[in-house]
Ligand binder design. Structure first.
Ligand code: ZN
Length: 256
């Protein structure tokens, strides 16, 4: 396969098409958020465009940073001051491009966070909720052995390297799982409407525990960062292959 020429523009249009960004109404701009140098040899991927990630990218000689959580969110202060100023100044001093893909990356059938999490946890994907297509559902595994909540909890702990917070009874059988990566605990009623035995997302709110008990569904809070590490990583690998460039994933630890 002939590789494409890696420029700021060619990578942007490749990613925008692949992730079908025009199909999404999002809280932030998707695509190239900050323009940097034209020729790209090294891409660093990470979950969030934090200062620590930018510092690592500079050390790794990156020409572009690819993230799931970029900048310029709908309710942000639009001024370039304080935290954003520090991040932006450092990025621009080094002429690094910043690409960010939020909902389009959650949803992509192959490189998306939901798809990648299912693969890591061994879930068989069966579909997406008609009420809200960010909530996916499926079987807990391809194997025939019956699963209970304890099996799912232990698998998450092992694969994501993080102790999840679990609402429910360890011995309850799990035939159907629903999941949405990130801060999607508010969709628990959608997971219950799907008839799922457990809903897995990244965070938990005070009311999530009550909702789980009252809706009769188990809930697992597996970490916002921990559930969203895999989409951007898979995307970075794919970009590197397509353009014949170097990709390095940097995991900036985050307990949330
Ligand atoms: Zn997120």
């Amino acid at each position: 396969m002939k590789t494409k020429i890696a420029t700021s523009e060619s990578i942007e249009s490749f990613l925008n098409d692949l992730l079908r960004i025009s199909h999404f109404k999002d809280y932030c701009p998707n695509g190239l958020q900050v323009q940097g140098k034209s020729h790209i040899k090294t891409v660093v991927s990470g979950v969030t465009a934090s200062l620590a990630l930018i510092e690592q990218a500079i050390e790794l000689n990156a020409d572009a940073v690819l993230v799931h959580h970029g900048w310029f969110w709908k309710n942000d202060d639009p001024r370039i001051i304080r935290q954003l100023h520090a991040r932006l100044q450092l990025l621009m001093e080094h002429n690094i491009n910043l690409y960010a893909y939020h909902l389009p990356l959650d949803q992509h059938p192959e490189f998306g966070n939901n798809a990648q999490l299912a693969q890591i946890l061994g879930f068989e994907i069966q579909g997406q909720s008609k009420e809200n297509d960010l909530v996916w559902y499926g079987k807990p595994s391809q194997g025939s052995r019956k699963k209970n909540l304890l099996d799912i909890r232990e698998r998450i702990e092992k694969k994501l390297q993080r102790t999840p917070l679990v609402i429910g009874d360890d011995h309850q059988p799990i035939k159907k799982v629903a999941w949405c990566t990130g801060g999607a605990q508010g969709y628990i009623d959608i997971a219950a409407n799907l008839g799922a035995d457990v809903y897995i997302s990244g965070e938990i709110s005070e009311q999530t525990s009550h909702a789980a008990r009252e809706l009769g569904i188990a809930y697992i809070s597996a970490g916002h960062h921990a559930t969203e590490r895999y989409g951007v990583q898979a995307l970075g690998i794919h970009v590197a292959k397509t353009f014949g460039i170097r990709h390095i994933h940097v995991d900036i630890p985050n307990p949330a």
